[in-house]
Write a protein that binds this ligand. Sequence first.
Ligand code: HEC
Ligand code: HEC
Length: 401
Amino acid sequence: MFSDHTNSRSPFAFYMLQSANYISLALKMALCILLSISCRKDQVYHQVEKPTPYAITIPRFFPTTLNIPADNPMTVEGIELGRYLFYDGRLSGRTDPDSLMSCSTCHLQAHSFECGIDHPVFSGGHPFGLTGIFTPHYMLPMINLVWTNHGYLWNGKVAATNLSHSMNNLEDLTWMAIVAPHEMNGDTTKVAALFQSINGYPELFKKAFSSDQVTVKNIGRAIAQFVRTLISANSKFDRFMRGDVKLTAAERNGYVLFMTEQGGDCFHCHGGDGNPLFTTNLFYNNGKDSLFFDTGDRYSITGNTIDVGAYKAPTLRNLTFTAPYMNDGRFKTIDEVLAFYNTRLVWSPSISPLMHHIGTGGIRLSPPQLADLKSFLLTLSDSSFISNPAFSSPSKFPDEK
Ligand code: HEC
Ligand code: HEC
């Protein structure tokens, strides 16, 4: 039907049709050119705005499974922004000098991102928030957290399994720190508005997340990206594993004690040569008490009585910098910790079955053996980590440039 209709057109009409075709062809070509220019412009635009992917270099022998959520890929721009925010005291949502607080107020690089036992304000290493309320527990080091797959915090509350979807991953620690009465005691809406108004920040958000609208979600994403770069893997022990240095006889002996059940028996919970994180990141009651009063232990999360008095086994890396020890900071020195594991274990119904030496109250090593075990623990400290300029406070904030 259609072709019949065309054939019946007069030559004039045909000519008109042809020229109309030419015109429309010309128009189409023009449109194409315009489109391709604008497409290209579009592409260039996106190339400029798209953040630069950042690949974490996995140290030798470290696990290859990383905890990086699909909606927050690591980028150079995200990490840069995260570093500013981590160190910017205005994260509390206030600007007067007495009310500044950021992650770095408590998490100090010199102490493997704990506050340290010699902290001038947080005496004995127990931090408190802007209103003076103490944190429920002492600190955890902020290192190698990109390998934490079983939950953050001493009790593992912030985990993929938490039914509250605002407490699932490292990203969420930021809003939690902002609102916690024992930390910044702030207001997330005010914090976003404040950073929106600070010169330089909106542009950095645009570079990192393709939008200059400052949101608490993107603040959390940027800080999490920075925190995931805090990798410590250059201790003497790492260099020994890579074949670059030798351990002394005492260190070697301590290493064997650490790794054997008849010796120190530490490796089940704290890793070792097969697990260079020096933690399983799992939760155990390691025999400190017989009565339990803390309402923030692992039991408070799982409701399972075998978790009463259980906490995350922290990494044993960088112990030199992270006193005091345990979730309640009860031990001030490594010697005190070793004396505890040696003879002072306490039985309770929920003690971890991996505390094999409970029957004798401890591992019962001789003083020279304990000294060797300590020498080995000291090989796990990484001084290049605490002096790495990439992790330090930026010399200027975005509005000071
Ligand atoms: C007032 C001091 C203080 C401030 C400020 C603070 N933290 Fe913490 N942080 C702590 C303490 C104490 C713990 C251990 C708490 C616990 O598990 O009960 C901790 C634990 C953590 C952990 C868990 C580490 C692990 O191994 O599970 C992360 C991650 C963390 N903080 C991130 C942050 C971030 C990000 C900020 C800034 C947005 C921040 N913190 C601000 C004191 C602080
Ligand atoms: C059953 C598992 C288990 C075994 C075995 C074990 N630990 Fe622990 N360790 C833990 C847990 C859990 C904690 C944290 C407990 C707390 O904070 O209340 C801890 C804490 C520590 C700390 C304090 C770290 C810090 O940053 O506060 C050190 C040091 C330590 N252990 C060393 C050792 C040594 C050395 C051995 C072997 C002699 C050993 N552990 C055996 C589970 C274990």
